[in-house]
Each structure stands twice: as structure tokens, then as C-alpha cells.
Design a protein around this ligand. Structure first.
Ligand SMILES: Cc1cc2nc3c(=O)[nH]c(=O)nc-3n(C[C@H](O)[C@H](O)[C@H](O)COP(=O)(O)OP(=O)(O)OC[C@H]3O[C@@H](n4cnc5c(N)ncnc54)[C@H](O)[C@@H]3O)c2cc1C
Length: 357
């Protein structure tokens, strides 16, 4: 018996087929256009996990993962710009503040798109962004090394560390303003299209009512650390798109056999990863999560490499999906990297037997 897909899964498929996939190669070279962001905003997908009473869909985690896979498999750059939005939505959903009443509705309904600037917190005890109490509000100084979606998103969730070693997250408008200056857009080996900049903060002042969360660093880190030990749906998405290419090529039996073998592994690793992601205690089974995540990277490399190899020289043309997927795959190897993930991945890459003849 088959059940109808969740309405957001249908919307994601429509968006991917009509807007994202047809222009993925051009977007990769020229940047995510505002028209794609408008289409994402209209789709309802920005509210996938937001509470229904604020205009969201409160969809199960499996639906959020499936829609993420559909978008990332069609255009990784557009997926990455919009994926930032879901952390601010989750944070506001848990906040008991007037800020929640002001912002959660517009974010859940897709009227506003939010970016994030908080990965630098993971450099602790280094403090790239320092927050100090000033004039009844908060002053931000330092450098945000990565901020995606500049010129595309409307607001940003910015984080720093206070002198009492608390993390402090606050919202501000995503535009140049006194105390906040963006770098030129970064030119990257992949995801240049995501309009990523760094931000120089020199006395940016935000009021108390812009604060979404203040908590001791360790309390925040305990819930943050395990998050990135899970494999990313985007990794499975780019892997699947590379296998679609392989299967779609007018391939010889060897190509088809490779595609079949990798597809079987994809289904298996994806099942294990989502089983672990659904485990009710996110701080448990960390070694297993890291092992599955590392295997998902191995598979990603194998699938995107196979798509390049199968296409021969034309794979290297900038209009070829194979090279785009390989570069997107390279980006996903470092996206959301933490010390733990880095160590596990490097350990696996250097393990005896991996390259033995
Ligand atoms: C294109 C792009 C766009 C991004 N956009 C955003 C965004 O919009 N918002 C956002 O918040 N983040 C963003 N990020 C950051 C991203 O999510 C990761 O946090 C980042 O890639 C981690 O790498 P890093 O080089 O900044 O961190 P680093 O701090 O240099 O290193 C990553 C981790 O490894 C550890 N580490 C580094 N070197 C060593 C070492 N020698 N020994 C042991 N451990 C070590 C660090 O402690 C850290 O936890 C973006 C990244 C990229 C590449």
C-alpha cells in the first residue's frame, strides 16, 4: 500500500524540478538568484519544522530530511542558503521571549529568510567574536569567518561569547550597518554561488530584546557537539544525484554494475544514519554515528568520482553536472566540521589497509 507524500515533499519536488535543477550549472557559476529564494519562500519549506500556530508545518524529522535531500540533490548552493534558516527557527521555537512573537511567524511563513553566524563558537576557548555589556544592551567585536547568503537573507542570527563565558545569540538585520562590515563575496572551489562572506564586527550594538539565547558555553556545547556527528541528508542527496547521472549515462555493463553496487551501499548507509538520527538520546552512540558519517563521505567520494570517470574529459567542462557534484561533495566534507568529526574522518582516511595493494 502506498501513501501520498507529505505536501512539503511534493512542493520540494516541484521546486527542484521546475526551478533548481534546470539552472543548477548556471547558478553554480553565477550565484543563487533572488528569484530562487523567492520561490523557496513561497514553497512553505522554510516552515517545515516550525510550529503550526506560527504558520509552520511542524513536519516530522523524516519529512525535513527528505525535503532537504530533494533540494540539495537539485542545487546544493540553494539548499545551503536556505538550510541556515532552520536553526533560527528551532531556537525561537524554544525561546520564551517577546522576540519569538515578533519573528517566529514571519520566519515560519517564509516572509523572512534568516542566515546564521555561529559556527565560530566551536573554536572555543578561542573567541573569534566577543560580546560585552554596553548601554543596556550588547556590543559585538571580532570576526565571523563564514556567513552564507549575504544579500539574499533578511536577518541573521549572530553569536559570540561573553566575558563570563556565556554564549549569546541575537538577531539583527542582514545588511551593512554601524559596527558590521562584510568582506567581498568569497571565491571558493565550491559553493561560491552561496554568497558567503566574512563579517568584521567593531562595536555592533544590539538591544536586550534582540537576544534569542544566553547560556553557559558548556551547557550550549553539550547539545551542539553531537549534532554534527550525524550524517547529513545533503551528503546522501549529492551521492544520489551522482548515481542518477551514472545510471542515466548510455553506459556499458561495467558502469551500470558500479552504479548498482553504489546504490545498494547508499540505501544501507542512509538507513543506518537515519536510524541513529532518530535515536531519542542524541548524546549516545557517538562512535557509531561518526563511523556511519565517515562511511557516508567515502560513498560520496566514490559516487561523485564514478560520475566524473564515466563522463571522460567532458566531465571537466564547467557545464557538466559531474564536476559540479564532485565540487559540492568536497564542500560537504568540511561543512559543519567539528574537532571530533575532523579527527574521526582523518583517522579513517589514514587507517591501515585503506590503500593497500
Ligand atoms: C562555504 C562555507 C560557508 C559557510 N557558511 C557558514 C554560515 O553561514 N554560518 C556559519 O555559522 N558557519 C558557516 N560555515 C562554517 C562551517 O559550518 C564549519 O564550521 C566550518 O567549515 C568549520 O571549519 P573552520 O575552518 O571554520 O573551523 P576551524 O575552527 O578551523 O576547524 C574546524 C574544527 O576542527 C578543529 N580543528 C581545526 N584545526 C585543528 C587541529 N589542528 N587539531 C585539532 N582540531 C582542529 C576546530 O576546533 C574546529 O572544531 C561555512 C563554511 C563554509 C566552508
Amino acid at each position: 500500500m502506498s501513501t501520498a507524500p507529505h505536501h512539503l515533499v511534493s512542493r520540494a519536488r516541484h521546486l527542484a524540478a521546475e526551478v533548481l535543477a534546470p539552472q543548477a550549472e548556471r547558478v553554480d557559476q553565477e550565484g543563487v538568484p533572488a528569484s530562487s529564494i523567492e520561490a523557496v519562500k513561497r514553497s512553505g519549506l522554510l516552515g517545515v519544522s516550525a510550529p503550526v500556530e506560527y504558520g509552520g508545518s511542524a513536519a516530522p524529522a523524516a519529512v525535513a530530511r527528505e525535503t532537504a535531500e530533494i533540494l540539495a540533490g537539485a542545487c546544493c548552493s540553494t539548499w545551503f542558503v536556505q538550510t541556515q534558516h532552520h536553526t533560527p527557527v528551532q531556537m525561537l521555537t524554544k525561546a520564551q521571549l517577546p522576540l519569538r512573537e515578533r519573528l517566529l511567524g514571519p520566519l515560519a511563513r517564509g516572509e523572512l529568510l534568516s542566515g546564521v553566524a555561529y559556527a565560530q563558537l566551536r573554536a572555543h576557548p578561542r573567541v573569534p567574536v566577543r560580546v560585552t555589556r554596553e548601554r543596556g544592551g550588547w556590543r559585538f567585536d571580532g570576526t565571523v569567518p563564514w556567513y552564507t547568503g549575504w544579500g539574499l537573507n533578511d536577518v541573521m542570527l549572530l553569536a559570540g561569547v561573553t566575558e563570563t563565558d556565556d554564549v549569546l545569540f541575537a538577531f539583527t538585520e542582514a545588511r551593512e550597518q554601524p559596527g558590521l562590515r562584510p568582506s567581498p563575496p568569497m571565491r571558493l572551489a565550491a559553493l561560491t554561488a552561496s554568497r558567503t562572506v566574512s563579517l568584521e564586527l567593531a562595536g555592533l550594538w544590539l538591544p536586550d530584546d534582540a537576544v534569542a539565547l544566553r547560556a553557559p558555553y558548556e551547557t550550549w556545547a553539550v547539545t551542539d557537539r553531537p549534532k554534527n556527528t550525524n550524517a547529513s541528508p545533503a551528503v546522501f542527496a549529492v551521492t544520489a544525484s551522482a548515481l542518477d547521472l551514472l545510471e542515466g549515462s548510455d553506459g556499458d555493463p561495467a558502469t551500470k554494475e558500479t552504479a548498482r553496487a553504489l546504490r545498494t551501499r547508499l540505501n544501507e548507509i542512509r538507513r543506518q544514519a537515519y536510524e541513529l538520527a532518530d535515536h531519542p538520546v542524541p548524546t549516545e552512540r557517538i562512535d557509531e554515528r561518526l563511523a556511519v558519517k565517515t562511511r557516508s563521505y567515502d560513498l560520496l567520494r566514490a559516487a561523485t568520482t564514478a560520475a566524473v570517470v564515466a563522463g571522460g574529459g567532458r566531465s571537466i567542462d564547467l557545464g557538466s553536472p559531474a564536476q559540479r557534484l564532485a565540487r559540492e561533495g568536497m564542500f560537504l566534507l568540511v561543512q559543519g566540521q567539528t574537532a571530533e568529526v575532523r579527527t574521526a574522518h582523518l583517522g579513517s582516511l589514514g587507517s591501515p589497509g585503506r590503500l593497500s595493494s
